[in-house]
Design a protein around this ligand. Structure first.
Ligand SMILES: [Zn+2]
Length: 492
């Protein structure tokens, strides 16, 4: 029996604005699509939070025993400035400014994206398709929407006819907007817009002569509209209707609204059963913006090279901080909040490390099965990680009292406590125990100290002591090497 059979998971569905019992289309299987990054710059910390939120969802679904196909795309073409249909492709613009090939931009920032998510211990998705790898599929969808009369061609570009669609369907069903409010925030950069109505959005854009990223199509040499790639890739890998679609709150409109419209015209069904939106991250109470300096890159948190935080924070402490807030709440990132989280994270790891020092007894002073179920209940309630963490800290208190022999636990209960802690801390929350790394840092510090003592001895012409330090270290597998820049060492 799988855990999902005895746990009733509820998900807040943004489409119906309520928590609903989760029932996948195919029992035991979940199809989940999350909008990935546009790879034209280093991944934004707010996006890291979004991907971490869906990593938690992915991990918990797996914990419940579901077989999950998690698809997250890479936007490497066709994402215009201001999300509007006029203006320049972000990747092409970056390539032009840096005088490099657009695919060099894509490669550089895809690597950065993967490295950053790996540092915070996100699991890779099951499939990570790219927009440029699915141009053919996108062209096929445009042909189909044109055939059904819901799009029109102007000068080699194709636009979705939102007003016509809205005659029979509701454009704005997800964001709660009506058609008058649904005007795309289009800046008229190139003079007169070709669109019939400001609500319409591009399915295909004809490339200007200077534009480097272009593909042939029946309408022009050009590139697909951004909204289209997610429809093409989600339905290709998950089917016309799938279980979960996730993304940042800011993608609700127009991006996800457009995805629904495209799918409804092409496949005549609702594409998604549960829409999930992760809330945003602010920095020191303000919106993050490069222009105001209220901005920090994920890597700058880990190295400490920034003017925002008091010191460096490990990826695990940073992840723990993110997990302490529910994914649908706004989260304020600050030095004080991170320091508090770091203390909590260390406390949690110390309790886990001290599990080996516990002796079991004849009875348990707390009900372990009931506590374990409360951990599951927290996660079953729309992935409520802060409530889960509160339950874990209840166990930390108990573990510390057990170490001090002020409480007792039976052997089977102890096994259950240990397994449950490991499951939720490492498998579900995705935290890592850095104690090995910490031990390694300490060893390096001690060797550095001995190198300095040896230098002092040599300065005092105390060759006996200097040789003794070198030989004793060598006998322990630590080789010192004297060079122009000073002494370095290697540990075998
Ligand atoms: Zn998308």
């Amino acid at each position: 029996m799988e855990l999902y059979e005895t746990n009733q998971l509820k998900i807040y569905n943004s489409l119906n604005k309520s928590k609903e019992i989760f029932k996948p289309i195919v029992e035991g299987n979940v199809g989940m699509y999350v909008c990935g990054p546009t790879v034209y710059s280093n991944v934004h910390l707010g996006n890291v939070r979004t991907f971490m939120s869906f990593d938690l969802v992915f991990r918990y679904l797996k914990q419940l025993g579901y077989k999950v196909r998690y698809v997250r795309n890479i936007t490497d073409a066709g994402h215009l400035e201001n999300d509007a249909d006029e203006g320049e492709d972000r990747i092409a613009k970056k390539a032009r400014l840096e005088k490099i090939e657009p695919m060099e931009v894509v490669q550089r920032y895809t690597v950065d994206f993967h490295e950053t998510l790996q540092k915070v211990n996100n699991l890779p998705p099951s499939i990570e398709p790219t927009a440029t790898g699915h141009i053919v599929e996108q062209i096929e969808i445009i042909k189909d929407i044109l055939d059904k009369g819901m799009a029109y061609e102007v000068n080699g570009s194709v636009y979705f006819d939102v007003l016509k669609y809205n005659e029979t369907e509701h454009y704005g069903i997800l964001s709660g907007r009506n058609i008058e409010e649904s005007i795309h925030n289009t800046r008229e950069l190139d003079g007169q817009s070709e669109k019939k109505n400001p609500q319409d959005f591009a399915l295909w854009k004809k490339a200007e002569e200077k534009h480097i990223m272009r593909w042939p199509s029946p309408w022009s040499d050009g590139f697909p509209g951004w909204h289209l790639e997610c429809t093409a890739m989600s339905t290709k890998y998950l089917g016309e209707t799938f279980d979960i679609h996730g993304g940042g709150m800011d993608l609700k409109f127009p991006h996800h609204e457009c995805e629904i419209a495209q799918s409804k015209v092409k496949n005549k069904v609702n594409p998604v059963n549960y829409w999930m939106h992760a809330n945003m991250l602010i920095l020191n109470g303000q919106k993050m913006a490069k222009s105001t300096g209220n901005y920090i890159l994920p890597n700058e948190i880990f190295t400490g090279e920034n003017n925002i935080l008091s010191k460096a924070f490990s990826p695990s402490a940073t992840r723990f901080f993110m997990m302490q807030a529910h994914y649908r709440s706004v989260l304020d990132f600050s030095s004080d909040a991170l320091e508090a989280s770091e203390r909590g994270y260390i406390k949690l790891m110390e309790a886990l490390n001290s599990l080996d020092n516990i002796e079991t007894g004849k009875e348990s002073s707390i009900n372990i099965s009931e506590w374990k179920q409360r951990c599951y209940d927290a996660m079953n309630d729309d992935f409520n990680s802060p409530v889960l963490i509160a339950n874990l800290f209840e166990a930390v208190k108990y573990i510390n009292l057990l170490v001090e022999k002020k409480e007792t636990i039976t052997a089977p209960d102890f096994e259950e406590l240990k397994n449950t802690m490991n499951t939720f801390v490492f498998d579900v929350l995705g935290l890592q125990n850095n104690s090995e790394q910490n031990a390694c840092d300490k060893l390096n510090g001690v060797v550095e100290m001995l190198i300095n003592m040896r230098k002092e001895a040599r300065d005092n012409r105390d060759w006996a002591l200097s040789d003794k330090i070198r030989d004793e270290l060598a006998s322990r597998g630590i080789q010192l090497k004297d060079g122009k820049e000073g002494t370095t060492f290697s540990i075998n």
